[in-house]
Design a protein around this ligand. Structure first.
Ligand SMILES: Cc1cc2nc3c(=O)[nH]c(=O)nc-3n(C[C@H](O)[C@H](O)[C@H](O)COP(=O)(O)O)c2cc1C
Length: 311
């Protein structure tokens, strides 16, 4: 069954989640080449975009036609800023705008953005309407609420405001990232609203992705894709054959080398990010822990390339 977001037709139903410090344009390209149909920038503050600082511009970068369809994920707390933002010409560069209503970090919640927005569903609705009024395709990514789960209420507000798709990370904001997600809520929302619902939280394999796709329209993978873009290929294989292959040492080293190449080519190479992503590739093979130690010692892109050649 094909999935459409507004007029965007996706090649399959697999989504790479927005992730701070991970989903730059190079990482998105890598996951797309392994099969991810849809991907997003990391979450960016609307006011940072309005202030046009150079780091923000790097985070917003798109790597050409291959990096499509792409969503710009934003958060904020202020409707008049959203109104200014909605009129920026740069929004035309993205296929859709996704509003983050799920980030639980205390810095973001303290600014009344991210998951704090779940406390004020009408504000989420107003943010969606402001963007819809300028003709954009708009989606929202939410959690189940705080201690008081209000996911059904928020989902209905999101739909009524005109959003084109809703993503649900099936944990409450208080649960952060550790507790088991409760997918029953994804099924309940799916029965209550008419727009496409993408499920997120705890997809780690072909089998779990397949179960998610049984209950809703799309499956979004986050942590299991860090250092493992191959998960998309393996999910697609599982959906076709009921089997997944082992990821080999060669896959992991080649995958990280490709990331480094893409990051350099697209001018998004950042040492701290490369070390974080690389240390996630260097897992589950003999010599992986030494490779991580060597990567941490690197000071430049040249060092990283040399250490890769030595593997
Ligand atoms: C390193 C990291 C960064 C994240 N950054 C974002 C972000 O920028 N925007 C967002 O909506 N969610 C972000 N998340 C949450 C994920 O998108 C996802 O909702 C969550 O990790 C649950 O999915 P999972 O169980 O597949 O990891 C982040 C998660 C991780 C692990």
């Amino acid at each position: 069954m094909a999935l459409k977001i507004g007029n965007i037709k996706l090649k399959n139903r697999l989504f790479l989640a927005p992730m701070v410090e991970v989903t730059d344009c190079a990482y998105r390209l890598l996951c797309r080449s392994e099969g991810a149909a849809m991907a997003y920038t990391e979450m960016i503050y609307v006011d940072a975009i309005l202030h046009e600082n150079s780091r923000t511009q790097g985070l917003m970068k798109i790597a050409g036609k291959k990096d499509r369809p792409v969503g710009l994920q934003v958060t904020g707390n202020n409707l008049s800023e959203f109104t200014k933002f909605s009129k920026l010409k740069i929004l035309e560069d993205y296929d859709l705008i996704d509003i983050n209503c799920g980030c639980p970090s205390s810095r973001i919640v303290g600014n009344e953005a991210g998951s704090y927005l779940l406390r004020t569903p009408d504000k989420i609705g107003d943010m969606i309407k402001v963007l819809k009024d300028t003709g954009r395709i708009v989606t929202a990514k939410i959690r189940l609420g705080f201690k008081n789960n209000n996911v059904l209420q928020v989902s209905k507000v999101v739909e009524k405001a005109g959003a084109d798709l809703l993503t649900i990370h099936a944990r409450t904001a208080d649960q952060k990232y550790t507790d088991a997600p409760d997918w029953n809520w994804i099924s309940k929302v799916k029965r209550e609203i008419g727009i496409p619902v993408v499920g997120n939280g705890g997809i780690v394999s072909g089998e779990s992705a397949s179960k998610m796709l049984d209950i809703c329209d799309g499956a979004m993978v986050a942590s299991a894709a860090i250092g493992n873009p191959f998960i998309f290929r393996e999910i697609l294989r599982y959906l076709k054959t009921g089997k997944e292959n082992e990821i080999t040492k060669k896959d992991r080293i080649d995958g990280f080398s490709e990331y480094v190449k893409l990051a350099e080519k697209n001018e998004v190479f950042e040492m701290s990010r490369v070390k974080y992503i690389g240390s996630n590739f260097f897992k589950s093979f003999e010599g992986a822990s030494q490779a991580r130690v060597n990567l941490m010692k690197c000071k430049s892109i040249k060092d990283v390339k040399e250490m890769l050649n030595s593997l």
